[in-house]
Design a protein around this ligand. Sequence first.
Ligand SMILES: Cc1ncc(COP(=O)(O)O)c(C=O)c1O
Length: 345
Amino acid sequence: MKEEIKAYNNVLELIGNTPLIKLNKITQKMKGNYFAKVEAFNPGHSTKDRIALYIIEEAEKKGILKPGDTIIETTSGNTGFSIAMVSIIKGYDCILAVSSKSSADKIDMLKTMGAKVYVCPAHVSADDPRSYYEIAKKIHSEIKGSVYINQYFNELNIDAHYQSTGPEIWEQTAGKITHLIACSGTGGTISGTARFLKEQNPNIRVIGIDAYGSVLQKYHQTKEFDANEIYPYRIEGLGKNLIPTATDFNIIDKFEKVTDESSAHTARELAKTEGLFVGYTSGAAMQGIKQLEEEGEFDENSNIVVIFPDHGSRYMSKIYNDEWMSQQGFFDSETAEIQQIEYIK
Ligand SMILES: Cc1ncc(COP(=O)(O)O)c(C=O)c1O
C-alpha cells in the first residue's frame, strides 16, 4: 500500500478545533465542573485567528479582496497578528493601528509578521483624530483597494464564532454545557458562541467578563452609555470605552467586572495549578468565575465552559514579569511570591 504524506497545506488549516480542557486544582473548592476552551492552540496563539480567516475569506467570496490588496485593522495585538498571518499566506499587505497600551512584545511580533504598524495613544477618546480607530479609517480612505476589517463594528466577527466556536463547544460538551463565561472586548466571541449555543438550549447562562474602567456592564444594565464609567485600566483586549455593534447585548445574561490586580494573580495561579500558560484576559475570565461562584451562580450540576483567549507568552513583559507587577503595586507583603530563582556565582 502506498503511504501518503500527512502534512497540512499551510498553517491556516490549523485554525479552530481547539481543545476543551478540564480544570482540576484551581476549582477544587468550587461547586460545578469547569472546562477551558484554550484558544492558544490556534496557530496564531489566539481566538482571533478564527475571525481573521473568516472575515478575509468572506471578502474574497464577495470579490472585495483581490491579490495584492491591503488589509487594515485596529487591534490590541492579537487580531493584528492573525490578520498578518493570514495575509502572508494569501498574499495581501497588512497595515495595523495599535494602542500604545499594547505590550512591546506584541508590537515586535506584528512587525515580524510583515505588518506596517502605527502605534496610537491609548488614553484619548475614540473620536480623537489620534485614536487607533480614526487613524485606521484615515489610512483606509487614502489607500485604494484596501479593506478595513473593523472588528468592533463588523457583524462577521459574530458570525465567525457562530460558525466555529459555538458548534465546537456544543459538540465537545455533548450538549451538557450549562454556563458560558467569556471576556467581552469587541463582543464577537461571546455573542457568536452564545447565539449558537442558545439556539440549541436557551437555558444556557451566558456571562461576559468586563473590566473596571469599561462601559459595557453599565450599558447592559441601563442601555445608557455612561462616560463616567471610563478610566484607564491595564488588561488588554477586554472591556471598552465605546459600545461595539459586534456585541449582541440581548444574548448576554449578565456582566461581571474584574480588577487588573486580581486578574493578573489569577493568570499566574492558572500556570501554577493547571499548567496552563495563558494570557491576561484568561486570568480575568477565571477571576470572574471565582467571583461568580462566591455569588452562588453555580451548583454541583453546573458544566461551566470558560474561553481562554490567548497565550501567556504575549505577556512576558507584563503580568509574568515581577518588576512590572511591583511597579503596578500588585505585589504586597501578602501576595509577593517566594523567590524561585537562585543565581549561583
Ligand atoms: C487577549 C484578548 N482577550 C479577549 C478578547 C475579547 O474577545 P472579543 O473581542 O471577541 O470580545 C480579545 C479581543 O479583543 C483579546 O485580544
